[in-house]
Design a protein around this ligand. Sequence first.
Ligand code: UD1
Ligand code: UDP
Length: 367
Amino acid sequence: MPEEPHILSIVGARPQFVKAAVVSKALAEAGIHEAILHTGQHYDASMSDVFFEELGIPNPTHHLGIGSGSHGQQTGRMLEQIEQVILDTKPDRVLVYGDTNSTIAGALAAAKLHVPVDHVEAGLRSFNRRMPEELNRVTTDHLSSTLFAPTTIAVKNLEDEGIRGDRVVLSGDVMYDATLAAAKIADRESTVLERLDLSAKQFVLVTIHRAENTDDPEVLKSIFHSLAEVAATMPVVLPLHPRTRKALEHIGLLQFATEHLRVCEPLGYLDMTKLEAAAAVVATDSGGVQKEAFFHGVPCVTLRTETEWVELVELGWNTICSPETGDVAKTILAASPPATNTDRPYGNGNASRLIAGHIAGRLQIHG
Ligand code: UD1
Ligand code: UDP
């Protein structure tokens, strides 16, 4: 085991791999010894391996292989095994990302063992406690020692819950760093437009995976009928999350989807980046994809009743459209960018370096 101060980073789900790609690099540059723990929450090659390979994320030191399960089952299994890794390897700090079950399991295991927790993407709130992610966010934030908030609104949300002072660091958003790092490479190397037979600015890119959209057959049906309506005007491309594939199969709608939409497997980050940049409109229930649409200057329709990324709604880049309103097709086809594009609510693209510098300070590593 290493003698120097070190950090254990917990990842497990797709958006965490994208964030870890830039943060791990910055940690190494700051002289921090990092061990990565992959919980195995996401395990298909297209949901996990492709990101490690394409983005050069260091191989996980620990792979728990937890897999899928109910919330309690999945989180509980993670908690037990992460605790053991922390006891065995004695990290000085534990780093968690975002709001998944891997996040809360890592934060809880560490906090109970009195290991300080660093939370990247702290302070996000939808104020909807029916979302599993909201419960994960709130509890993780309250367990964390250092909270890296991507936006001023996130800082304010934390203040409103009594979390303030030195614990909170306005860092900017590491996903902006990730987009900046990938955009040129994706533009040069990705052949996804040719493979899917698409022309730039003449298609709508859609992703759907939230429990609130996939688990209610009526809502899922309504979304897919609306997307088919859009596809009568413009091709609709759908890299299909395994959760949504299973839900569509379950209600007998997968064939309808593949007949009307350009359905493909989940994509690697470079292909996804190329598609986002080339789309006329993005429609999604993903947190990350909402922001990436903005980074690429593409208008977004969020297929939910609310969003954590409220600044994009205020700036006119994002329109909230609840799938239950019946307005999905109309809203997607009417989406357009706002007149001005000068605001930068997610920082300057140096969030990962700022976070790594801060952690180095806490570990008393001086570069
Ligand atoms: C999880 C996160 C969500 C995040 C999303 C990113 C929680 C509670 N949810 O949702 O916040 O936005 O990841 O994509 O942590 N499955 C596979 N192969 C895989 C992974 C999943 O087939 O590699 C299927 C399984 O049937 C599984 C289902 O997808 O039961 C859901 O996976 P899970 O990780 O529980 O939640 P996500 O919907 O992916
Ligand atoms: N993503 C990807 N391929 C896909 C769909 C998404 O690379 O087929 C990337 C996307 O660009 C973003 C991240 O995965 O960086 C978002 O993950 P997801 O939508 O699964 O989770 P969320 O952000 O909603 O938690």
